[in-house]
Write a protein that binds this ligand. Structure first.
Ligand code: SAT
Ligand code: MN
Length: 589
């Protein structure tokens, strides 16, 4: 083992005082042993894992969290750079010295009587020039098992660390799962994260949002690349050609469903490369290339069904990779399978809710937590792209940005080039979801779906996006979508899920120059008959409303945008202010 890694482990043992240290090797045997152990061991008064029906859901296990620990806690998440301005208003900030001291106090002796799991991991294919190493220590067996699914863990990482002599350090303890003693502290300047008091995905699987996005975006700024909250998909056209897309959506807005979409048209196919994070580099030919640093899906369960996402249902019942985890769903006691709202129309007759209560007679919805999740390997996915492990990534033809909005944003529109696309993505607003703790359903600006994940000042981030564009030979087209517009009665106007492919098809037609579009104040909108509605039961009037720009709504939107931009002051690039003024003038007309 690499000397630096040995020192890190020793330092952690001295700080955390675990009963035992276990370095993960990533073997299959290890997975079986750890799952066995998790079924026998209790934490926080509950067994860590329960076995599920192995015939219907092979290799699947169930985990129930502390009810206070079921989502990301943005107000307890900090970026600790020396300069407060560098972290920007989009981040909570604490001076690194103070943050370190605070965390060391929490961590002192925190693993007494517990095992410290040491997780060496690689983000991305180890053969890729873009992959990066990390070592996380944790006292949570659930976190250790989840990291095994989400990243490449064990000997492969130890070797990679040995050859590069460099790695990210992740220090994690669930402590006593007390929200008053919970912090997720990022130290981009020393490539380290300290996370205490939560076992929830985005707070605890440090390779994910913490490293791959917050620290990753910082690295991207310094090294001329982008770390983004994006899916990567390949859309295969009837002639066999595959076009690769990136798609950014806030958490719990359907990224996983889009990444595994089964097209509504038979002659097309979607290949999956990633459902959450993309690392994007400029190739020597001046095109954008993307890799997925992750190895698994950590997806929202509610809403997933044979009808809405058949590929995910196949992934979850595939037995290739061991194990698959379900967290905070309900349990159908009749056959010991996970259940969630949207899986079937009928609620099973004998069911345990996500809190562990048997609720046969007194059903209080929702039975599965709205942010209940599955954790499953990419290798279980029947549509996994052959290019998934391509060390150079895949060339990108289109970038999609989306939000969740009941009003204002049309179903789809296209930017007038890269810089206008960066502007439109920078002003995106979205209604908050159950993926983060706090109020649900209020509109907040979420530029590029990165507001909670950008590890530095958002103004500088926009500048970085513009700079990347200037270096591209053939920039991808940029599209905005909103699947979530509602009518006056509060019903969704667009059927969503698999029908969203109709919009992807329009984008492909635009990329190929097959259809023209309408110039409007906010960008290029589809001419209604260029969206393929074959076999879709939608009232043409509803479709035309979905493609409508309501100037009053947009004028209100402008006020919110200006309010969002204002505190960032002169860090907002002039180029974006020019686009903003232009939009204002167009809307005044
Ligand atoms: O941040 S998580 O990985 O827990 C999920 C999300 O909110 O996108
Ligand atoms: Mn996400």
């Amino acid at each position: 083992m690499n000397a630096k890694m040995q020192i890190f482990i020793k330092d952690m043992e001295e700080l955390l005082l675990p009963k035992k240290t276990y370095v993960m090797d990533g073997t299959q045997n290890e997975a079986y042993n750890l799952v066995e152990l998790a079924m026998k061991s209790k934490f926080d008064g509950r067994f860590i894992l329960h076995e599920l029906n192995q015939t219907k859901f092979p290799n699947s296990y169930y985990h129930r969290s502390n009810p206070n620990d079921v989502a990301r806690t943005e107000h307890l998440t900090f970026v600790c750079t020396k300069s407060k301005n560098f972290a920007g208003l989009n981040n909570n900030w604490m001076h690194p010295n103070l943050a370190r001291e605070k965390m060391i106090n929490l961590f002192k002796g925190a693993m007494q009587g517990r095992t410290m799991y040491v997780i060496p991991f690689v983000m991305g294919n180890p053969d890729s020039p873009y992959s990066k190493n990390g070592v996380q220590v944790t006292d949570s067996l659930y976190v250790a098992l989840s990291m095994r699914i989400m990243t490449r863990v064990g000997n492969v990482a130890i070797q990679h660390i040995e050859s590069s002599n460099d790695f990210f350090r992740g220090i994690h303890s669930v402590g006593d799962v007390n929200p008053n003693r919970r912090f997720i502290m990022h130290f981009p300047e020393s490539n380290m994260v300290m996370s205490f008091g939560s076992g929830y995905g985005g707070n605890a699987l440090l390779g994910k949002k913490c490293f791959s996005l917050r620290i990753g975006s910082y690295m991207g700024l310094k090294q001329n690349w982008l770390a983004e909250h994006m899916i990567i998909i390949g859309v295969q056209c009837p002639n066999g050609n595959i076009l690769y897309f990136l798609g950014a959506f806030p958490s719990a807005c359907g990224k996983t469903n889009l990444a595994l979409l089964e097209p509504i048209f038979k002659d097309y196919k979607i290949w999956t490369l990633g459902d959450d994070i993309a690392w994007i580099h400029i190739g020597s030919n001046g095109k954008l290339y993307a890799i997925n640093p992750e190895a698994g899906f950590f997806g929202v369960a509610p809403g997933t069904s044979i009808k809405t996402n058949p590929t995910m249902m196949k992934t979850l019942t595939n037995n290739k990779f061991f194990p698959t985890l379900f967290t905070n769903t309900a349990i159908n006691n009749i056959d010991n399978t996970p259940w969630w709202e949207g899986m079937s129309n009928i609620i099973p007759q004998n069911i345990t809710d996500w809190n562990g209560n048997n609720v046969n007679s007194n059903i209080v919805s929702p039975l599965a937590h709205p942010n209940s999740r599955f954790t499953v390997s990419m290798y279980n996915c029947p549509t996994l792209s052959k290019e998934y492990n391509n060390p150079h990534g895949v060339p990108i033809s289109g970038i999609i940005f989306g939000g969740r909005r009941s009003d204002t944003l049309p179903l789809v529109y296209e930017a007038n080039g890269w810089s206008n696309g960066v502007f439109l993505a920078s002003i995106l607003g979205s209604e908050t979801t159950a993926a983060a703790s706090g109020k649900i359903g209020c509109v907040r600006r979420d530029p590029m779906a990165m507001l909670p994940f950008c590890g530095y000042n958002m103004g500088d981030y926009f500048k970085h996006w513009l700079n990347i564009g200037k270096q591209l030979q053939d920039p991808p087209k940029i599209f905005m979508v909103n699947w979530f517009r509602k009518d006056q009665q509060g019903n969704f106007m667009w059927p969503g899920y698999r029908e969203n492919f109709r919009i992807l098809k329009w984008m492909i037609d635009r990329i190929h120059g097959n259809v023209s579009a309408k110039e409007t104040a906010i960008g290029l909108l589809p001419i209604q008959n260029t969206i393929d509605t074959n076999d879709l039961q939608i009232d043409p009037e509803v479709l035309s409303k979905l493609l409508l720009i309501n100037k009053d709504e947009w004028r209100k939107e402008l006020m919110m945008i200006e309010e969002f931009y204002k505190p960032f002051g002169n860090t907002i690039p002039n180029e974006l202010l020019t686009h903003l003024n232009l939009l204002k003038r167009k809307l005044e007309k």
